[in-house]
Design a protein around this ligand. Structure first.
Ligand code: ZN
Length: 211
């Protein structure tokens, strides 16, 4: 699995394109804005996207999702509990941060632990609530890669003060869902640089946090 990253939108969110080098099929993770820029990248690299994976419903992770869905006729994945965020302009921040209230309906709502096959890869959805109620990480176990959205950042973690967030759930997600993965799994966060689970489970300020 190869991974390309683009920074999109005014918050410069990481949009990732994960693809198979041979088949050139891939998925788009968190297309937060600038659909044309993402389409251009896919065209330049001759990659055919098969799905859009949303780690959560905040505007800076999903603003370009509907345009890409229509352009490529591909489904949008999100966690079942994130439906409430996607369909609430206050919770998805389009009302308060952009003053342009909008909602988004995903096509496929996954559950914790659900496994699926996309673009030639086996994926597992890991529900990691805390930043939002239905935050989910997409884990490609064989590839040793995980897309963690705003749950985990390099040496840090996401906000827990926005609607549907919970600091105790975030700490639990980090410690009990992510820091139990193998050390050599590479994490791709929604903002900033990539990191390794082995580094974060030793040095992240959330380590060992007890409620
Ligand atoms: Zn977010």
């Amino acid at each position: 699995m190869e991974v390309l990253s683009l920074r999109v939108g005014y918050i410069q969110t990481n949009c990732y394109i994960a693809f198979d080098d041979d088949s050139r099929e891939g998925v788009i993770v968190d297309p937060g804005d600038e659909a044309l820029k993402i389409i251009q990248k896919l065209q330049n690299e001759k990659i055919t996207p098969k799905a859009i994976l949303l780690t959560h419903g905040h505007l800076d992770h999903m603003l370009a999702a509907d345009e890409l869905r229509k352009h490529y006729q591909i489904p949008i994945y999100a966690h079942e509990k994130e439906k409430a965020v996607l369909l609430d302009p206050e919770a998805n921040l389009t009302a308060s941060w952009m003053n342009l209230p909008m909602t988004l309906e995903a096509d496929i709502y996954v559950r914790d632990g659900e496994e699926f096959h996309l673009a030639g890869f086996d994926w597992k959805a890991i529900h990691t609530p805390g930043h939002t109620i239905g935050g989910v990480c997409y884990y490609a176990k064989k590839e040793k890669k995980i897309f963690v959205g705003d749950t985990l950042f390099e040496g840090s973690f996401g906000r827990y003060d926005l609607l549907t967030a919970s600091p105790s759930m975030l700490m639990e997600s980090l410690n009990e869902k992510l820091f139990i993965l193998p050390d050599d799994v590479k994490a791709y966060p929604g903002h900033g640089g990539t990191t390794m689970i082995g580094v974060e489970k030793k040095t992240n300020p959330a380590v060992g946090y007890k409620k």
